[in-house]
Design a protein around this ligand. Structure first.
Ligand code: NAD
Ligand code: UDP
Ligand code: UDP
Length: 311
């Protein structure tokens, strides 16, 4: 198949491109390098099945493909808040363009949505039926509401134009190729521990997240795309093991060793207090569940950063 991956030079996108090329597909990677880098896909550049195009998805794109994975969008709060208007445009105009493309060539299309559509959730763990509690005017809204609008567009193209859609609600994912300055908690803690700097916990550290290792996530994404046509999602894909940020910091310090101590910083506004996916639907429809334990995934990620930072 000919497969388009938008945001393919990013953290998740580059792992997805690796997987698709390994499965024998022709992959077109589209990225404007806002947060992604060519380094992430350096290993694929000489491969005749792989093609790279610099392009911003807020502009139309005319190509011929059979599958579209729409991942283009900065995912870390510091990056998506740097140019919030562009973040909303990327989610909304990007979705319209990719859906328009999917409609013209009758391609199946998958949207990388997010657990952020649940906002600061009142239902725990989060099930797909929950509509979420999202601030429409806060500093996270460009991301949360952009992704919610993208989901709306996907379901309207499905109802109105009978497109084959797949909506995947991705929960916090980590692993090699996260950017050292990405700003997300796992990369921050590991880079700080490796450099012997203080580990910065925002707030009291009692807020929770559930961390999925990238290989598990890509397996779930692949299974969702190739699931029967009548299964649209939305479906949660993430690891149901929940940890406080304090527990994560302690695990990173233990695995890295070294002198780092914990320092507390102010909690950013609208920071969700707890997050854990209910993955019953993914288990049932995709026969999928994560297999990599947090400690094992952290070890792999620590090795990557140790090598990358040459520490
Ligand atoms: P990332 O920032 O590493 O990758 C995003 C990629 O999109 C980058 O390569 C970036 O350059 C590209 N991009 C941004 N705006 C673009 C535009 N207008 N046109 C073309 N390319 C553009 O982030 P990631 O962690 O790999 O996330 C990938 C997708 O998965 C995102 O849509 C994100 O919202 C979603 N997601 C990720 C997580 C996670 O924990 N990593 C969780 C939930 C959802
Ligand atoms: N589009 C695109 N590539 C295509 C087809 C469409 O980028 O191959 C974009 C184009 O910008 C268009 C948008 O997708 O405006 C939505 O397409 P659709 O056909 O749904 O609506 P249109 O705006 O063309 O009426
Ligand atoms: N966080 C933290 N220290 C950091 C970076 C993040 O304590 O250096 C916290 C952040 O406030 C949030 C959690 O870790 O409660 C996860 O943050 P991240 O940005 O990784 O993801 P998201 O909030 O989008 O789930």
């Amino acid at each position: 198949m000919r497969v388009l991956v938008t945001g393919g030079a990013g953290f998740l996108g580059s792992h997805l491109c690796d997987r698709l090329v390994a499965e024998g597909h022709d992959v077109l990677c589209v990225d404007n390098y806002y947060t992604g880098t060519k380094d992430n896909i350096a290993g694929l550049l000489g491969n005749h099945r792989f093609e790279l195009m610099r392009h911003d998805v807020t502009f139309p794109l005319y190509v011929e493909v059979d599958r579209i994975y729409n991942l283009a969008c900065p995912a870390s709060p510091i990056h998506y808040q740097r140019d919030p208007v562009q973040t909303t445009k990327t989610s909304v105009h990007g979705a319209i363009n990719m859906l328009g493309l999917a409609k013209r060539v009758r391609a199946r299309i998958l949207q990388a949505s997010t657990s952020e559509v649940y906002g600061d959730p009142e239902v725990h763990p989060q099930v797909e039926e929950y509509w979420g509690k999202v601030n429409p005017i806060g500093i996270r809204s460009c991301y949360d509401e952009g992704k919610r609008a993208a989901e709306t567009l996907f379901f309207d193209y499905w109802r109105q134009h009978s497109l084959e859609i797949k909506v995947m609600r991705i929960f916090n994912t980590y692993g090699p190729r996260m950017h050292p300055d990405d700003g997300r908690v796992v990369s921050n803690f590991i880079v700080q521990a490796l450099r012997g700097e203080p580990i910065t916990i925002y707030g009291d550290g009692q807020q929770t997240r559930s961390f999925c290792y990238v290989d598990d996530l890509i397996e779930g994404m692949w299974r969702l795309m190739e699931s029967p046509a009548d299964f649209t999602g939305p479906v949660n894909v993430g690891n149901p093991t929940e940890n406080t940020m304090l527990e994560l910091a302690e695990a990173v310090i233990r695995l890295v060793g070294g002198p780092s101590r914990i320092e507390h910083r102010p909690l950013p506004s609208d920071d969700p207090r707890q997050r854990r996916p209910d993955i019953s639907l993914a288990r049932k429809e995709l026969d999928w569940e994560p297999t990599v334990a947090l400690e094992d995934g952290l070890r792999e990620t620590i090795d990557y950063f140790r090598h990358r930072l040459a520490l």
